[in-house]
Each structure stands twice: as structure tokens, then as C-alpha cells.
Write a protein that binds this ligand. Structure first.
Ligand SMILES: Nc1ncnc2c1ncn2[C@@H]1O[C@H](COP(=O)(O)OP(=O)(O)OP(=O)(O)O)[C@@H](O)[C@H]1O
Ligand SMILES: [Mg+2]
Length: 440
């Protein structure tokens, strides 16, 4: 289906065309032809890189035309920033686009915030709803990106946000987006949404598992080969510590600055300038960046994270080592993804990550605007681990999603927050509220 055939205003078609879109991807055509396009809630479950954002934007255009406002919730700051930059184009049409991602040093919330489109992280949205719910007056469309996050320990925040919005705004339309849900019917049912499913991916993604006795050596050889072929590499580790030490080791083994010395020097300096007093960590990051390797985790500042993301996008940095802070939604020129380990250590024990987390990480490889194929490599430590990974992760399906809201301390926190910040003091109204969550 051509963009020109979609029933949205010409001014929107113009800006979409100027960003290079001529025809709809199949999942986008499905949404345009569904009841979602005439107002029903929707749940779009299609592979990574299949263009869920633009599917949402087609619906956003409809709401903007009718004078509605849009809230776009994402789990990750990097993803919020990417979407914000993408939606800035609507400013040319006179719409206000705002970004709220919170920061450690910004505990104060805006008293007034005027927007037509607000991109917001889940936790920030939750705190805005608690203290300034009126900011959301006039919102007609709520887009919940990466809605499979419901199944993680951050899921309760997603549930509370969705339930509060539904209570707050009677005519609200909701659109959930995800590549990785095992039981989409149940989520669609809860949202009272039409389910749209497709297996189509615009760029082929090859998922491989390699047995590596020496994971570091293997990583170096994959990085070298990919760079020689003109590609870039994103490496996932599971902790901040391993993320930094691996980046340092790669930077010291392969100096990737050749031909890019000037750019990298400037980026490295801007990493240090982004903070008042650079810490040891900032210096470490600056030194890695000078050698062409970045690291990315929740412990570096927003400004530094943006510098790393932008420098990877413009090709000055060829390699990023990251924790899951870059694992969902983002579009990066990472033709190759290396997943260093599928085990996460917490409380002195290790466990395998969820299949949906793996699929998200692998899905960062091979993104339409950057590459025409992608490869993800999982490094296994033995043949038997390889067999296990092939069965569970490569050939397996993402797990079903269950609510995490019922966990006692989590539930207690949200009940108390609800009593403190709304006027739900009666037992009945509190119960009613929780009945409308996915947990309920
Ligand atoms: N119709 C289209 N024509 C050309 N490019 C498109 C089209 N739709 C989307 N794209 C491009 O495809 C890329 C991937 O889109 P997007 O980020 O929305 O994927 P996604 O389905 O949300 O993936 P993920 O599950 O990883 O978040 C983007 O760079 C986007 O600009
Ligand atoms: Mg997405």
C-alpha cells in the first residue's frame, strides 16, 4: 500500500515522504486496514525492525488532526531520546513535542508542560501521574512501546500507568507495541484491543551461537571482521562492571582511532565536559572513546549516553559495549550484535535471561535504514550450552507474560501511593482500581 493511499492529511504525508517513506510495510498496512484506525484500542505484535513506530505515527497523525494529544511511553531513556528526535519533525507543522526522561539530579517535576506529543519514560510518567495528573488533560492517544515489559520487574509501573490513564481519560485510545510477547491474546483482552500480528521483518536477521573457549579472543575476531567489511558492532554484557572492563580491553587491544583521531578526540573531550567534575568512570569512558570504543549503561549521565549514541550513529564510534540499556527499540547501525553471555548474576547466583530479552538484544542487528542484513552471535562456553541456547533462545518463543503487580511489597507500594496521591480512600474504590489492572 502506498503512503498516498492512506486516509491522513496531506501535510503529514509530506513530512513522511520527506523522511523517505513511500510505501507502507506490511504490518503498517494491517493497522491502517484494522478497526484500530477507526478508534479501537490496538496491540501490534510484529518482529523487531518491522516499523511499529511508523505504524503508530500513522495513528498519531489522525489524533493530531483532530486536535488530540499523544503520550508515548517507552521503557528506556535511549529509546525515548530516539523517538523524541524522530517526532521533532512535527514541530514543522506547529505541534509541540516534549521529552521527559528524568535524571538523578532532577527530582522537581514541571508544574506546567504544554505538548501535543510527549515522549516519556515509564517511571517519569508514573511520577507525573501521581503529582500532576492534570498535565494529561486532552490526551486522546496513549502509545505503550515495548509493552512486554509488563513481565519484568518494571512491569507494575506499566500496569499502573495504563490503568490510571484509562480511569483518567474516558475516550482514550491505547496502542501497545511489542516484538516479543508469548501470549498476546491475553494482553489484547486486558486492553480491550484488536490484536495485529505479523512475522514480517524488512531486513533478514541471522541468529548464531558460537562455542568460544576464549570469549574475548572470539569477540576481537568478530569485531575485526565486521569492521573490515564496513559494519559496526554492538556488544551486550549483563553488568556495568563487565561492560566497562570489556570496552577497555577491546579499546586497548584494537586501537580503532586510525583515520578518526580528530573526531574521537573531540567526542572524548565532550564526554568530560558533559559533567562538572569528571569521575574515574568519566575518564575511563573518555579514554575508551578516544580509541574508538564506547560503553553505555545506566550509570553514565544522560548527556554522555546521548553523545555515545549519536557518535555510533554517525559512524565515529564503531563499537559500543552496553548493558541492556540499549536492548530494546533503538535503531542503530549495528550490523553485528554480540551477546557475550546470557547469564545474569544477582544475589550471588546466576540465571539465564528471558527469551524476550534475548530476542530484543539480537533484534538490534540489521536495522532498515542502516544495513541490509544483520547477524547476532551468542557466545556459548561449551557444546552443551550451545545446544541449550539453540533450543531455548534461537528456536524458542518468548515467554508468556504474567503480571508482577501481585508481589506483596510491590502491591503494598502501589496501594499506598494510590491512597496518598488520589482520593481513593475507600476500600471498594481501591479494589476497583486494581481489578482493572492486568493483575486484576
Ligand atoms: N514504510 C517504511 N518505509 C521505509 N522505512 C521504514 C518504514 N517504516 C519504518 N521504516 C524504518 O524502519 C526502521 C525500524 O522501525 P522501528 O524502529 O519502528 O521498528 P520496530 O518495529 O519498532 O522495532 P523494535 O521492535 O526493535 O522496536 C526505522 O529506521 C524506520 O524509519
Ligand atoms: Mg520499536
Amino acid at each position: 500500500m502506498l503512503l498516498s493511499e492512506v486516509s491522513i492529511g496531506e501535510k503529514f504525508k509530506k513530512i513522511f515522504m520527506s523522511s523517505g517513506i513511500v510505501a507502507l510495510y506490511p504490518p503498517q498496512e494491517l493497522i491502517v486496514k484494522s478497526k484500530v484506525f477507526s478508534g479501537k484500542n490496538g496491540l501490534l505484535v510484529t518482529p523487531t525492525a518491522s516499523g511499529k513506530t511508523f505504524a503508530a505515527e500513522l495513528l498519531m497523525a489522525k489524533h493530531l488532526e483532530m486536535g488530540g494529544k499523544i503520550v508515548y511511553v517507552t521503557p528506556l531513556k535511549a529509546l525515548a531520546y530516539e523517538k523524541y528526535l524522530e517526532f521533532k519533525k512535527y514541530e514543522n507543522l506547529g505541534y509541540k513535542v516534549a521529552l521527559e526522561i528524568g535524571d538523578l539530579d532532577a527530582s522537581n517535576l514541571p508544574r506546567t508542560l504544554s505538548f501535543d506529543i510527549l515522549v516519556v519514560t515509564a517511571e517519569k510518567c508514573d511520577s507525573m501521574l501521581r503529582s500532576r495528573a492534570r498535565l494529561f488533560d486532552g490526551v486522546s492517544l496513549l502509545i505503550v512501546d515495548e509493552i512486554h515489559l509488563l513481565a519484568t520487574d518494571r512491569g507494575p509501573v506499566y500496569e499502573i500507568i495504563i490503568t490510571k490513564f484509562r480511569k483518567l481519560l474516558k475516550d482514550l485510545q491505547i496502542l501497545g507495541l511489542s516484538a516479543t510477547i508469548g501470549n498476546p491474546e491475553e494482553i489484547a483482552n486486558w486492553l480491550d484491543a484488536e490484536l495485529i500480528i505479523s512475522e514480517w521483518r524488512p531486513v533478514p536477521l541471522k541468529e548464531e551461537v558460537i562455542v568460544a573457549k576464549d570469549k574475548f579472543k572470539k569477540t576481537i575476531s568478530i569485531v575485526e571482521n565486521t569492521l573490515n567489511d564496513g559494519g559496526q558492532v554492538l556488544i551486550f554484557t549483563t553488568s556495568r562492571k563487565s561492560c566497562e572492563s570489556l570496552a577497555e580491553k577491546i579499546a586497548n587491544t584494537l586501537n580503532l582511532s586510525s583515520g578518526l583521531e580528530k573526531e574521537l578526540k573531540e567526542i572524548s573531550a565532550s564526554i568530560l565536559e558533559a559533567v562538572n567534575t569528571p569521575t574515574e568512570q568519566c575518564k575511563k569512558l573518555a579514554s575508551c572513546v578516544a580509541k574508538g570504543v564506547g560503553f553505555h549503561h545506566a550509570g553514565i549521565t544522560n548527556a554522555q549516553r546521548m553523545i555515545i549514541e549519536d557518535s555510533f550513529k554517525d559512524g565515529s564510534l564503531k563499537v559500543i559495549v552496553s548493558t541492556p540499556t540499549l536492548a530494546a527499540g533503538v535503531n542503530l547501525p549495528s550490523r553485528v550484535v554480540i551477546i557475550y553471555s546470557l547469564k545474569r548474576y544477582d544475589n550471588f547466583s546466576s540465571r539465564y535471561i528471558a527469551v524476550m530479552e534475548y530476542k530484543q538484544q539480537a533484534g538490534r542487528a540489521g536495522r532498515p535504514r542502516y544495513d541490509n542484513f544483520g547477524i547476532s552471535y551468542v557466545l556459548a562456553s561449551s557444546n552443551s550450552e550451545k545446544d541449550f541456547i539453540m533450543e531455548k533462545y534461537i528456536n524458542g518463543k518468548p515467554e508468556s507474560i504474567f503480571s508482577r503487580l501481585g508481589v506483596e511489597p510491590v502491591l503494598r507500594f502501589h496501594v499506598l501511593a494510590l491512597i496518598a496521591t488520589s482520593h481513593l480512600l475507600k476500600m471498594d474504590s481501591i479494589l476497583d482500581f486494581f481489578k482493572e489492572t492486568f493483575f486484576g
